[in-house]
Write a protein of this length. Structure first.
Length: 261
């Protein structure tokens, strides 16, 4: 029954649901890891300081994006010729660039959420009007996680299909939820705030060479930590993944700088 409810919730996506949440039968109820997963009510009541509407992979992606953007700015400084005026221009440019891209990224996220929900509603309506049982079951198979599909029989799929058809007709239209607005704000802040650690050395160190070295060291640590945390949340090996992320980040920065980014 939980599987049926999840399929319906995925399409209707009510305002009480958190974005990109996993179905209840795939999470450990009441025991969220570090407040990022599990039941939302438990996370908000018992782990308020750690609750976020974005999952760890999304947050890592936004921080990585912000890091690459700010490194394209700091990488333009020449130790031999740059003066304090150039450093100030770089700092203002990096802050403005990351703020602008944070806003753009948040807007694209909201567009994606609205499009995904709209497609879900259309799929559910078409599903409810499908008279062919086999076509309805194929739609269920496409919507369910592969591990769950592997343990369901044809009769169980048909039972789920019948229960979904009997659900009350929904007139709900695609719209943004409160959590999605918060997630968009989270995205904007992550992209923008990832700039701060990298430019701080230029604010407190007068000489450009040591400031640039400290800034690069901070960026290296942040890139590695992005890879490390990514691995911890995907079942990969943390240390090698951190090193790979460091290398990939460096390549991305080089490509961006070569193309005038």
């Amino acid at each position: 029954m939980e599987a049926v409810n999840w399929i319906a919730r995925s399409a209707l996506y009510s305002a009480q649901e958190r974005p990109r949440a996993q179905p209840a039968f795939l999470t450990r109820q009441g025991t969220p890891k570090s407040g990022w997963g599990g039941d939302r009510n438990v996370a908000k009541s018992e782990w308020k300081l750690f609750y976020s509407v974005l999952d760890p992979i999304d947050r890592i992606s936004e921080v990585l994006f912000g890091l690459i953007m700010v490194l394209t700015s700091t990488g333009t400084l020449s130790v031999a010729t740059a003066g304090r005026a150039d450093v100030k221009t770089m700092i203002l440019g990096a802050l403005g660039c990351n703020l602008a891209w944070g806003i753009i990224d948040a807007g694209l996220y909201l567009m994606g959420c609205l499009g995904e929900r709209g497609r879900g509603l259309l799929k559910l309506r078409r599903f409810r009007h499908t008279t062919d049982p086999e076509a309805g079951q194929r739609t269920l198979v496409d919507a369910l996680p592969a591990p769950l599909v592997s343990v369901l029989s044809r009769d169980e799929l048909e039972t789920m299909r019948q229960r979904l058809i009997k659900l009350p007709e929904s007139r709900q239209r695609a719209r943004f939820t409160n959590d999605e607005w918060l997630a968009a704000l989270d995205i904007c802040l992550l992209v923008f705030l990832s700039t701060i650690p990298v430019i701080i050395p230029f604010l407190f160190i007068d000489e450009l060479r040591p400031a640039l070295r400290v800034s690069n060291a901070i960026a290296i640590v942040m890139l590695f930590m992005c890879g490390y945390v990514f691995a911890r949340n995907t079942g990969l090996r943390p240390w090698p993944t951190g090193l790979v992320m460091l290398a990939v980040g460096g390549v991305m920065v080089g490509i961006a700088m070569a193309l005038g980014g």
